[in-house]
Design a binder for this molecule. Structure first.
Ligand code: KG4
Ligand code: ZN
Length: 357
């Protein structure tokens, strides 16, 4: 079976073709056309521009992917999976409209997919070789950290999601992007902050400035990153001049603070829910500091309590938005395929995990 998937929830135009045979998967082709350069000018994603670029890029990306997968006739595609939310609605609609046109032309059903479920499953995918989905030990916990989301999701079983905590304001990635912008660093800010933070750690053993760790000790599993961002703003306002050294110090302390809050709450949830598998996904999962600290803490936990908590991160290529993850969710949601009446497939900007409509 072959599934063609389309992802346009933010600023990446992604299309992939997944082949599934006896529960073994192979990515026949996958492409992501990034709009980073276009949005960099605005310091963030500009929805109307994202829409325009997706419309322009979708046919080009499709042609590349079909060529790579050596698909000449549409008959060989069994389903089209498309992201319906969460995300920027004007961007989501471009993928949905494109999926509907293709599905009509090829006479194949559409599977609507939740983008966040895509991030969760992304940790199992491999773009280079065939792969199987391993047996996952439940309960699992997913720390989903991206430009639009920061949530802790409990998985009692496959596809059974409960959000136990989420951000009350900015998402973690959004905070990285906004702080980067304040420091005069280009979009997306995550990798830029990270680079400077690493320089800072090599220079000084301990951070010489202090930023708050908002909600770190609150009783629930919710997060807040807006206060941390504002604290950076106040710090900058007090400075006479922002030199390179100070940029490095702020980047380092900001990354430390964000990672500390994320890891503290994740570990707390691991204890309370007796978690056996931790899945970290979304763009911020690419953060090296977050990866290092989480792995260290889980290793320590496994030694002390003789538990065997497994921690999973996505393949490097699949950390940020891509269509590979959408094709996999599509495969597991074949029962939700829509054959006729595509009108009911709609973009839902604030779609919650575990829901497709
Ligand atoms: O999942 P994603 O590609 O798109 C959304 O669904 O939002 O995540 C993008 C976010 C951006 O905010 C970007 O700054 C952040 O992920 N990001 C990082 C790193 N790489 C990407 N944040 C921190 N450290 C990184 N290395
Ligand atoms: Zn995403």
């Amino acid at each position: 079976m072959k599934i063609l998937s389309i992802e346009t929830s933010c600023d990446d135009t992604g299309i992939a073709i997944l082949e599934a045979k006896n529960n073994t998967f192979k990515i026949l082709a996958e492409e992501v056309s990034s709009q980073i350069d276009i949005h960099a000018e605005f310091g963030g994603v500009f929805p109307a521009l994202a829409k325009r670029e997706h419309i322009k890029n979708l046919p080009i990306v499709l042609e590349k992917v079909l060529k790579k997968a050596k698909i000449k006739s549409a008959v060989s595609v069994d389903f089209i999976a498309v992201t319906v939310g969460p995300g920027l609605e004007p961007a989501l609609w471009t993928g949905i409209v494109f999926a509907k046109e293709l599905a009509e032309k090829w006479n194949v059903p559409i599977i609507p997919v939740n983008h966040m479920e895509g991030h969760v499953i992304s940790v199992f995918a491999d773009t280079k070789k065939s792969f199987k989905i391993p047996k996952v030990k439940f309960p699992a916990l997913s720390l989903l950290v991206s430009g639009g989301h920061t949530e802790l999701v409990l998985l009692k079983d496959w596809m059974k999601y409960t959000i136990i905590g989420e951000t009350c304001d900015d998402a973690a990635g959004e905070a990285f992007d906004k702080v980067a912008r304040m420091l005069g660093l280009p979009y997306p800010g995550g990798p830029q902050i990270s680079k400077l933070a690493e320089i800072g750690r090599n220079k000084e053993k301990n951070s010489s400035i202090t930023l708050p760790r908002p909600m770190m000790y609150s009783k629930n599993y919710d997060f807040s990153f807006s206060g941390l961002k504002t604290a950076v703003l106040y710090m900058l306002q007090k400075l006479e001049k922002l030199n390179e050294d100070m940029k490095i110090k702020i980047a380092r302390e900001f990354e430390d603070a964000a990672v500390e809050v994320l890891t503290h709450k994740t570990l707390k949830a691991i204890h309370e829910y007796k978690i056996k598998t931790l899945i970290v996904a979304g763009g911020v999962s690419a953060n090296k500091r977050l990866q290092k600290i989480l792995k260290q803490k889980i290793n320590k936990e496994n030694k002390i309590s003789k538990s065997k908590i497994e921690v999973l991160f996505p393949n490097k290529k699949l950390e940020t938005d891509n269509a590979v993850m959408i094709s996999l969710v599509g495969y597991f949601n074949q029962k939700k395929a829509i054959k006729k009446g595509f009108d009911k497939i709609k973009a839902i900007g604030n779609l919650s995990i575990g829901k497709i409509s």
